[in-house]
Design a binder for this molecule. Structure first.
Ligand SMILES: [Zn+2]
Length: 414
C-alpha cells in the first residue's frame, strides 16, 4: 500500500460520517486524487512524502449541496423575463465565478438542479472537470422540464412576445406525456445526468403558485421511466402537498423544497425512501434582501407563505425518518454563503451529526455518487474540509468559515 501513497494528511479530529463518530489523530493516505487508506497516526507515516498537517483541526468530508444553481447572476426578485437581456455566454461565465465561490466555501460537490439557459451547466461542469476553471464536481440537470407558463418557464412577458424566445430558454417546456419523454431524451443526449421536473408552481417565477400542481402523475412517471432507461434519477421541484404526492407516487428520487408538505406526504416520503431536499435558510435571505431591494410583492408574499411552513414540515420529516439531503438553492442567494443553511438544519430538528451527514454521505446517496464522495474512506476522492472549531459542538456553525479545502487531492483553500 504505502508505495502508492503520494501525500499524507494528518487529521487531529476526523469526522467519520459513515460511522457517525469522531476519530482522533488519523492519517489520511492519498494516492493522486483518491483516498487510499485511513489509519491512526500511531500506526506510522511513510517517510519522505509531503505531509499536510491538520492536527489542530476538525476534518470533514468535502461538503455537498444537492440543490444548487451555479449558472448566472443572483435572482433579482422580479421573475425571469429579464433573462432576455443577457446572453448564455455571460450567464455561463458568471457561473465560473459562482463555481469558484462554492468550492472555496468547502462544497466540493454539487447537484446543479438546472438553469433557464439549457446546457450552460453542462459546459461549466466540463470546464471544471477538464481543469480549465475552479469549481466543485457537478451533477447537472441541463434544463427544467416544465409545463408552458409553469414554474420553469419564462413567464411575465407580454402576450405577443411569448413565442419569440430563444429555444434554449424554453428547451424543456412540454405539454403532454409524449413531449415529456422527448424532452428527457434530448436533455440526456445534451449531457445531463439528472432530470429536473417542475411539478408545482414556484416562489420566484412570476404568476405561478407554489401550492398548485402543474404536471399530472402520468407525466411525472413518464419522466421517471424514460430517465431510468439511462440510469438517471428525477428530482421534482414541488412545494404543494398534492404535487409532492404525485411526484412520490411517480417514483422520483427527491422532492425539492417540499415547502407545503402535509403529514400524508411526509409519511409517503418516509415509506418510499424519497429524499427531501429542503432549502430551509433561503426564505430568510429572500425576506431580508427582497424587502431591502424592492423585490416583487408577489415573490415576497409567496416566500412568506412557504418559509415557516417549510421549516415546520422539515422538523416533522426529520422526526418521521425521511432521508434528508442538504440543498440550499444558492443562485437565489450568494454561493459563498452556501454553508449558512447548516446551522438551520440543527435548529429545525437534526442532530449536528445528522446535519453533517445530510451534507455529505446522504447527499452523495441521493445523487448515486456514494461510491466516490460523501465520506473520508478508501477509494473515494480526496475531498476534505477542515475547520478550527468542532462542527458538532458548534451546531455546524464553524463550517460557515472553513480554513482548509481539498478537492481531488489538490489544495483549494489553506
Ligand atoms: Zn432551485
Amino acid at each position: 500500500m504505502s508505495s502508492d501513497v503520494t501525500t499524507v494528511v494528518i487529521a487531529g479530529h476526523l469526522i467519520d460520517v459513515d460511522a457517525g463518530q469522531v476519530l482522533v489523530n488519523q492519517a489520511i493516505h492519498l494516492s493522486g486524487d483518491r483516498i487510499l487508506a485511513v489509519a491512526p497516526v500511531s500506526d506510522g507515516i511513510p517517510e519522505g512524502l509531503p505531509v499536510i498537517d491538520l492536527s489542530d483541526s476538525y476534518v470533514t468530508p468535502g461538503l455537498i449541496d444537492a440543490h444548487a444553481h451555479l449558472i448566472g447572476e443572483l435572482d433579482t426578485g422580479h421573475g425571469y423575463a429579464g433573462l432576455v437581456t443577457t446572453t448564455a455566454a455571460r450567464e455561463t461565465l458568471v457561473g465560473v465565478r459562482n463555481a469558484a465561490a462554492t468550492v472555496r466555501a468547502g462544497f466540493t460537490t454539487v447537484r446543479d438542479v438546472g438553469s433557464f439557459r439549457a446546457f450552460t451547466d453542462i459546459a461549466l461542469r466540463d470546464a471544471i472537470s477538464n481543469g480549465w476553471v475552479l469549481g466543485p464536481r457537478m451533477l447537472c440537470a441541463g434544463a427544467f422540464i416544465t409545463v408552458p407558463s409553469g414554474g420553469g418557464d419564462i413567464t411575465g412577458l407580454a402576450i405577443d412576445v411569448d413565442g419569440g424566445l430563444p429555444r434554449e430558454l424554453r428547451f424543456g417546456v412540454v405539454k403532454n406525456v409524449d413531449e415529456v419523454r422527448d424532452a428527457v431524451r434530448r436533455i440526456l443526449h445534451g449531457g445531463a445526468e439528472l432530470i429536473k421536473v417542475i411539478a408545482t408552481g414556484a416562489v420566484l417565477t412570476e404568476g405561478t403558485t407554489p401550492g398548485a400542481p402543474e404536471f399530472n402523475e402520468a407525466e411525472i412517471r413518464a419522466a421517471v421511466e424514460e430517465a431510468a432507461l439511462y440510469g438517471v434519477h428525477v428530482a421534482a421541484h414541488a412545494h404543494g402537498a398534492e404535487g409532492i404526492k404525485r411526484a412520490v407516487r411517480a417514483g422520483v428520487r427527491s422532492i425539492e423544497h417540499g415547502s407545503l408538505m402535509d403529514d400524508e406526504s411526509i409519511a409517503m416520503m418516509a415509506d418510499t425512501g424519497t429524499y427531501l431536499v429542503a432549502d430551509i435558510y433561503c426564505g430568510d435571505y429572500i425576506e431580508e434582501t427582497g424587502r431591502r431591494d424592492g423585490w416583487s410583492e408577489n415573490v415576497l408574499r409567496k416566500n412568506q407563505e412557504t418559509t415557516d411552513a417549510q421549516r415546520e414540515g422539515f422538523t416533522k420529516a426529520v422526526a418521521a425518518g425521511v432521508r434528508i439531503a442538504y440543498g440550499t438553492d444558492t443562485g437565489v442567494y450568494p454561493h459563498a454563503d452556501v454553508a449558512l443553511q447548516l446551522p438551520y438544519m440543527v435548529r429545525h430538528g437534526m442532530t449536528p451529526m445528522q446535519g453533517l451527514q445530510a451534507a455529505t454521505s446522504v447527499a452523495a446517496e441521493c445523487m448515486g455518487w456514494q461510491d466516490r464522495v460523501g465520506s473520508i474512506a478508501a477509494g473515494k476522492y480526496a475531498d476534505l474540509v477542515a475547520v478550527a472549531a468542532d462542527p458538532l459542538a458548534t451546531n455546524l456553525e464553524s463550517l460557515t468559515k472553513v480554513s482548509f479545502v481539498m478537492k481531488g487531492g489538490a489544495v483549494v483553500v489553506s
